[in-house]
Design a protein around this ligand. Sequence first.
Ligand SMILES: Nc1ncnc2c1ncn2[C@@H]1O[C@H](COP(=O)(O)OP(=O)(O)OP(=O)(O)O)[C@@H](O)[C@H]1O
Ligand SMILES: [Mg+2]
Length: 263
Amino acid sequence: MGRPPAIILRQVSKEYRRDQIRIPVLSRLDLTVAEGEFLALMGPSGSGKTTLLNLIAGLDRPTSGEIIVHDLDLTRLSDSQISRWRSDHVGFIFQTYNLIPVLRADENVELPLLLTKLSRRERRQRARTALRIVGLEGREDHYPRQLSGGQEQRVAIARAIVTDPYLLVADEPTGDLDRQSAEEILNLMEQLNREFEKTIVMVTHDPNAAKRATRILHLDKGQLVDDVTRAEPSPPKVAESAASGDPPYVADLDTARRQEARL
Ligand SMILES: Nc1ncnc2c1ncn2[C@@H]1O[C@H](COP(=O)(O)OP(=O)(O)OP(=O)(O)O)[C@@H](O)[C@H]1O
Ligand SMILES: [Mg+2]
């Protein structure tokens, strides 16, 4: 396929220290994730799923080993370089949405763009586009308390994609939702993976959620194991939508990015 992997972990270990006591969590993990994969990460509570997600997303650093995302070795970046990289290329989706209650839906979505050079108008336009993608057209001026849990999570997903990141990380995104809303959120994540070609790493306890992924990994006792009970993962669907032209959302975001580059 010629494309470099989205994520490579080489001998990644992580231990925490508290009061001189070492708490080993991850032990010499190796992992390669192809671009366009939708990975579900499962495992018992306390096995280190959030820890691993945070390492991949550049929120934390490993004790040893290398983490390479889109050809960039995160372990060699300074703190300020890594936070810049994160805001440009990673979208975060949490179990508890983390919306700001005093901001409207579109203002919440716009937040990550405040770090860019986009004008106010462009930011507002992009936020509206992202809200349209997640099916919340017409709700732009709603405050979080005026939305259902599923809708709040949609706003959070719009906020995660508004910078057009190549990587989405989600930590139990359906953990607080009823079955119906969870299904809708998973449909949306599938769409972001297939149509918008996002590489996704999703932590979940729910086997039904994990089934939506193209690959399932289990983390247990510091080790990663591929799920061997399922059929071959379907290949990343990057080639398909290229033929039909970029979706309008991508075109919108590309335009905004070009405008940004000219500034
Ligand atoms: N900042 C920290 N300092 C010390 N120990 C930590 C820290 N963060 C996590 N741990 C420990 O690391 C281990 C893994 O935690 P982590 O949050 O990654 O687990 P998890 O698999 O996400 O669990 P859950 O399914 O309950 O969310 C736990 O034993 C936890 O207590
Ligand atoms: Mg966790």
